[in-house]
Each structure stands twice: as C-alpha cells, then as structure tokens.
Design a protein around this ligand. Sequence first.
Ligand code: B12
Length: 210
Amino acid sequence: MSEYEGLLKMIQQGNFMKTQNLVKALLNQGKSPDEIIQKGIVVALDIVGRQFSAGECYIPEMLVAARASQKGLDILSPLLGKMRFKPKGEVVIGTVRGDLHEIGKNIVAMMLKGSGFRVIDLGFDIPPEKFVKALKIENAQILAMSCLLTTTMKSMENTMDALREAGLYGKVKVMIGGPPTTDDFAKEIGADFRGKDAYEGVEQAKRFAS
Ligand code: B12
C-alpha cells in the first residue's frame, strides 16, 4: 500500500481532521510539502474528478474533498518558504469570473510566495475590472489567471480585453493556467504564457521578473 493511500482516502471522504493529521505525519516522515501536494492532494482531487465524470459521485462529494484538501494546504502553506527581504516582484492572481474552483490557483499562489514573490490573491469568481484595479493599485508586473471550466475561458479573454482598455496590455505580463487552457488559447487571447502546473508558473514568473 502506498504511503499516500490514507491521505487520498481521507481527502475523498472529506475528513478534515484526519487529512491534517496525515499531512503532519507525512511531514514528520520527511516528505516535502511539494511532494505531499503532488502525490497526495492533486491525485486525490483527480480521482474525485474522474468519479464525478463517471457519475460515481456528485457535487457535495467534490466540495467536501476540496475543503479537506484546503485544510491540508493550510498546514503546508507556511512551510513553502518565507518571504525574502525584497520580493522578486508582485503578482496579482485569481480565478476568473464565473469560476469557483480555487485549489489550483491557491497552490500556484503558495508556490509563488514560497519563491519570493509578493502575491495579491483576489480569490475566485473575479471580474475583469477587479483584476485591472488590483494591478493598478498594487503596481504589479504579473497577472496570473486560473480557470477550470471550459465555459469560463471566455472570462480570460474578457479580462485581456479589459487590460487593453485600461492601457495595461504589454505592460503587465500575463500567465494563464487550468486544465481547459492550451498554448494556442493563450496565444489567441494575447496572454504571454500558459503553465500546465504551479511549477511551470513559478519558473515563468522568475523569467518575467529577471
Ligand atoms: C473540487 C472541484 C469542484 C469544487 C471546487 C471547490 C473549490 N473550493 O475549489 C466545486 C464542488 C465547487 C465544483 C463545482 C463545479 N464543478 Co468542479 N471540480 C472539482 C475537481 C474535482 C477538482 C478541481 C481541483 O481542485 N483540482 C486540483 C487542482 C490542484 O488542480 P488544477 O486546478 O488543475 O490546478 C493545477 C493546474 O491546472 C495548474 N493551474 C491552475 N491554475 C493555474 C493558473 C496559472 C497561472 C498557472 C501557471 C497554473 C495553473 O496548477 C495547479 C497546480 O499544479 C475537478 C476535477 C479535476 N480533476 O480537476 C472538477 C471539475 C473541474 N468540475 C467540473 C464541473 C463541471 C463543475 C460544475 C459545473 C458542476 C455543476 N454541475 O455544478 C461546478 C461549477 C461551479 C463553478 N461555477 O465554478 C468539471 C469541469 C468540466 C469542464 N471542462 O468544464 C471537472 C473537470 C469535473 C469533471 N470531470 O467533469 N467543482
């Protein structure tokens, strides 16, 4: 039995307490926060997603699994590195309008923070004008947008239009991510980069900042 088996089960069952205890136990065994995210949290949610597609579970099950995952992430977040004295840059991040999925976005935000960026996390269901406002107020150099629904890809395009209208297009570097997005889609809407996971997002943010 894999050492992540228990954690996968507890996330799927939405058991907050046991999820947190198992995350702590894995840390005590010397596992890194990155590995626990990749082999535990991401895998558990993938299983739940496939069960949902197959009609073997429903929205309440997805929701409790998401909440348990977030509880696990709450423990890992402070361990992903403390902010350096001077941030590498400022990143505004959020899940686009109409989309309530936030776990992937939270992981990207956590990893960016851990890599020394100041991250302004707007949350989920974020309308274009809110992204624009935050970029201006925070004087941020990077915008990171997430979406999980095919239908909310349109909101990414609308946000790019809002950047153009606000005169920010070309001044702010834009990266997008989430399973329905592709490199071609990024090109089509004028985003600078599409990352398939948090690691790619962080590496690109470093390139943007250098
Ligand atoms: C949990 C979940 C929910 C939860 C979300 C709770 C929350 N607080 O986030 C709830 C129950 C609310 C939910 C609702 C719905 N969901 Co849902 N959900 C999921 C599920 C199971 C997991 C998503 C997740 O967190 N994955 C784990 C994270 C870590 O992965 P990730 O988001 O992909 O992020 C990684 C990368 O993509 C990347 N990344 C993500 N964003 C970004 C951004 C940047 C800049 C970069 C560089 C990288 C990056 O890095 C991340 C980490 O490496 C998925 C299935 C799945 N396998 O993904 C379905 C899924 C996304 N949901 C789906 C659907 C259909 C829905 C609903 C429409 C269901 C309904 N009928 O009501 C609603 C929509 C609500 C809305 N308006 O948004 C479909 C989407 C199909 C589609 N392509 O459109 C999926 C794929 C399930 C399925 N197989 O059908 N859902």
